[in-house]
Each structure stands twice: as C-alpha cells, then as structure tokens.
Design a protein around this ligand. Structure first.
Ligand code: FES
Length: 85
C-alpha cells in the first residue's frame, strides 16, 4: 500500500496570492476538512516560480494548474482520491 501523500503546492507569491490564491488556499483547507482527508494531503505554500502571468498557479503532484479559478479548483479537488468507506 502506498503511503505517498498528495502534494498540493499553492503559489504564495504576491501576484498569485492577490489573483486568487488567497481564496483558493481557504477553499482547499475547507475541502480537506469537509472530506476528512487532511492526513492524505500535504498542503504547502511555495514561492513565486516566475509564471505569474498565468497565475494563480497551483501544483498538485507535480502537475501545474494555471489560472485557477474557484470553479476550476473545485473540479480539481473533486478529482482527488476520496477517503474510502
Ligand atoms: S507569484 Fe505565483 S508564479 Fe509568480
């Protein structure tokens, strides 16, 4: 059984943060709480990676998502593994 966590990295650079990651971060935290998957996910902030124009940027398990609106974020979160049972 794999114990690898889902890694979610939210760009906390000032551009991404003000373009929407401030809210996105709250939405992610709410989602993890609601689904009781806090322990399956490692949520981290990270510094600007230079892709500000495409932001807000969020990376999940190495896959970069750009222009992440709350509705796109919702779709991404729903595609994460769910807790079974
Ligand atoms: S602030 Fe997010 S990539 Fe620059």
């Amino acid at each position: 059984m794999s114990t690898d966590k889902i890694m979610i990295e939210v760009c906390m650079g000032s551009s991404c943060f003000s373009r929407g990651n401030r809210r996105n971060l709250e939405l992610i935290q709410e989602y993890l709480r609601k689904e009781h998957i806090n322990d399956l996910v490692e949520l981290r902030g990270r510094l600007c990676s230079g892709s500000c124009k495409k932001g807000p940027n969020i990376e999940i398990n190495g896959q970069l998502y750009s222009g992440v609106t709350p509705s796109l974020l919702q779709q991404i979160l729903c595609s994460l593994p769910k807790r079974e049972g």
